[in-house]
Design a protein around this ligand. Structure first.
Ligand code: FES
Ligand code: FES
Length: 206
């Protein structure tokens, strides 16, 4: 101990040198933080400027002004007010956010709204006809009790429509494979397959 606290030849003890160094390091963030607070990085680079996005959603035109980072899912839910499309993971892993864009299945949580500028988006709210008649896939889900909590159901229905339209519903194995991107924690899978078969056969007129 006596050696550590003994004065060095420069007149600065090891203890006082360490104290001074630690104090300087601790002070550094405090000195730099006001500069960071003045101008957040996102504002500096202009990322928060709004962009104009035109979408046709369920056959209605929408003109939106959005942060460029807004996902199609958040645009639908938070800016248009269509909350039928669900957010289960926001990471492309559950399929609850599935919508049709120009007729094709898209995970709306993984697609920026701006990427869909000028495109036709169909959500579960756009399936029933104006007189309230359900889409055959919606009716098939009811007929076969293909949901319990219903949280995955809009994504399942949109995905099932895409699956049939793609020609990927030729067998029950096909349906299981091409619907495997849609997770159902209530495990309604056998009933979902039965519903897709019914709607497929109806679409084929068989
Ligand atoms: S919310 Fe998009 S895949 Fe889960
Ligand atoms: S019905 Fe509940 S998660 Fe599918």
């Amino acid at each position: 101990m006596s050696r550590i606290s003994a004065p060095s030849t420069t007149g600065l003890s090891r203890r006082s040198f360490m104290t001074a160094t630690v104090s300087a390091a601790a002070a550094a963030p405090l000195l730099s933080s006001p500069t960071r607070a003045e101008k957040p990085a996102a504002t500096r680079s202009g990322l928060r400027e709004k962009v104009a996005v035109s979408l046709r959603i369920n056959k209605q035109p929408y003109k939106l002004s959005l942060d460029a980072r807004t996902s199609l899912l958040d645009a639908l839910r938070d800016h248009v007010g269509l909350t039928g499309t669900k957010k289960g993971c926001d990471h492309g892993q559950c399929g609850a956010c599935t919508v049709l864009v120009d007729g094709k299945r898209v995970l709306s949580c993984l697609s920026f709204a701006v990427m869909n500028d000028g495109k036709e988006v169909t959500t579960v709210e756009g399936l029933a006809s104006s007189d309230g008649k359900l889409h055959p896939m919606q009716q098939a889900f009811i007929d076969h009790d293909a949901f319990q909590c219903g949280y995955c159901t809009p994504g399942q229905i949109m995905s099932a429509i895409g699956c049939v339209n793609e020609g990927h519903a030729n067998s029950e194995d096909d349906i299981r494979e091409y619907m495997s991107g849609n997770i159902c924690r209530c495990a309604a899978y056998p009933n979902i397959v039965a519903a897709v078969v019914q709607a497929r056969d109806q679409a084929r007129g068989t």
